[in-house]
Ligand binder design. Structure first.
Ligand SMILES: O=C(O)CCC(=O)C(=O)O
Length: 253
């Protein structure tokens, strides 16, 4: 089973992310997407709605036009074996071992979802670091973003700022919701180096939990789908009593 090359490992260490192109066959992506469409049609809970996140562009309430537009199909591993099988696959574990060490766990409390970005009612996600919302002994987690279709600027792909996983920021560089303030000149300078993570179906983005990232709205006619999971070393424990510890982690082989 192929792992990352040493150049790719250097890229992850330096930039805080790396993309493995064409890792997942199109047929597998299409079947995961069909499951997601089935669950969207049935409004199969647990879900997160655009109206609940209240990001710019989201419907004002669940009763507003587009109010029941889904942003995330939550609990992907429990939702269908196809997601869990891939998220715990040897193919993925080989690469995650290279990034996080020999004993790994998948967090069911973070990401563990299919992100859906609906053209008509999608919202934009501001600049943030996932670790600001998570609680672990060490800020060392890796998320895996499997594109189930093409992702580009027009349909709201992720933007990332290389090397920010190694930077220290002050509390006043974030707003009250812990988004990184794009209105500050000091922050804008950092954000200038952002790059768009353009992906094709089957590409997988691996990114560090401290990397600054954001995403725009979907301005195309097609819903965008991505399956997203988060991992940590088995000895990097979620802090007791926090959301990070609210669900059992899944050990990887
Ligand atoms: O697709 C998006 O809007 C961004 C999602 C994201 O950055 C997150 O959930 O942490």
């Amino acid at each position: 089973m192929n792992g990352f090359s040493s150049a790719e490992l250097d890229q992850f260490a330096g930039d805080g992310f790396v993309i493995a192109r064409g890792l997942v066959p199109n047929a597998m992506c299409e079947s995961m997407k069909a499951l997601a469409r089935r669950d969207l049609a049935a409004e199969a809970q647990p879900l997160e709605y655009e109206a609940q996140v209240r990001y710019p562009g989201a419907p004002a309430s669940l009763d507003a036009p587009g109010g029941r537009t889904v942003r995330r199909l939550l609990q992907a591993c429990a939702r269908d074996g196809a997601y869990r099988d891939w998220a715990t696959s040897v193919q993925l574990a080989v690469r995650l071992h290279q990034l996080l060490g020999p004993r790994l766990e998948l967090s069911q409390a973070h990401h563990n979802c299919v992100m859906t970005k609906n053209p008509a009612f999608s919202s934009a996600t501001g600049w943030h670091q996932d670790i600001r919302y998570w609680s672990f002994e060490k800020p060392e987690l890796v998320s895996v973003w499997l594109a189930l279709g093409p992702e580009h600027e027009e349909n709201g792909c992720l933007w990332l700022v290389p090397r920010t996983h190694r930077m220290e920021f002050n509390r006043d560089q974030y707003d009250e919701d812990l988004f990184f303030r794009a209105d500050l000149a000091q922050n804008r300078k950092i954000l200038q180096t952002k790059i768009a993570a353009e992906l094709d179906e089957g590409d997988v983005l691996f990114f560090h939990c401290r990397v600054l990232h954001a995403a725009g709205q979907n301005r195309t006619a097609l819903t965008k789908f991505a399956a997203v999971f988060t991992y940590h070393a088995a000895d990097n424990r979620p802090l007791a009593g926090t959301r990070s510890a609210s669900l059992p982690d899944i050990p990887l082989g």
